[in-house]
Design a protein around this ligand. Sequence first.
Ligand SMILES: *Cc1c(COP(=O)(O)O)cnc(C)c1O
Length: 351
Amino acid sequence: MSKFLDKKLESLVPYTPGEQPKMKKLIKLNTNELPYELPKSVVEKITQKISTLNRYSDPEASELSEAIANEFGVQRECVYTGNGSDEVLAFIFQALCENGAAFADLTYGFYSVFAELYGVNKKIIPLEEDFSINLKKYSNLKETIFIANPNAPTTLALSSSEIETFVVDNPQTLVVIDEAYVKFGAESCVELTKKYDNILIVGTFSKSYGLAGARLGYAIGDKELIKDLNLVKFSFNPYNTNTLTQKAGVSVLEESEYFAKCVEKICNTRDKFIEEIRKLGFVCADSKANFVFTKHEELSGEYLQNKLRENQIIVRRFDNNRIKDYLRITVGTEEEMETLLNSLKDIVGEK
Ligand SMILES: *Cc1c(COP(=O)(O)O)cnc(C)c1O
């Protein structure tokens, strides 16, 4: 670090993104992307916009916000768009966490990083022994609550009725539900935003709409909450979503059926894969996401991860004692998962 760095940032530990390997032939199951390429129709619509890049993007992201509002059946004023949901979450930590932020010990790593970055007090609430979230432990908090639903990396989800009960019982607490993986098997809480002003949904186009590289996220909530997010955005970067990304978002929503089929394929592949690895001695909960979270009864996480890497397959593992033997494996194409399964059979057989 330079001698000019602000003291407040000296101890900041940044988020570690999953590796984006330069080698093409690796099987990449480490960052929960959709493994399928975009349909031609989407590519063509985005391409048509390239010649307009001499102009700034629409700061209101009007067409896109309208499309998101339609998709979710909410009013346009209840939709906010951002440069990936990471940016949306960052703005929430900056603007809506005056009394701190509460979240689980095992959840999306960025919550903790954003709290550090913006000087927000953290209240860490450990998950239960089985990795489930006990909402009772979040009752009567003054902090803004962040829940990834389904949770990452645990793949477990709360029902929308459990969340509704909590939101009703805690009207003074803002509850942020991060629905990055919701389409892979959990219930969305978007409907609740029409009834309650203390729930804010954050979503992304990175996982179920195949736009990880476009950087597009959104929030849906009471229009006053959306105004708060716009206050930060228009004080920071009014053009946070670029022209191509806005068009990409509109275009994938026009192909909803295609992406619904992709999601269905992933879920089927996932469920078959879980069944197979259980036979090999892996412990694995039923997953509500596009990844599985699993450990082997005998082999360490580090050993498995290294062995897979030798076989050109990359998966994610976390530096946390509670889950050091777990692997988080993104569900890829059917062929990729078959290759992975064969590798695992070899590795488990060897030992
Ligand atoms: C991937 C992910 C995000 C970030 O999504 P982007 O829109 O790509 O920034 C947010 N929350 C969770 C839980 C995620 O897994």
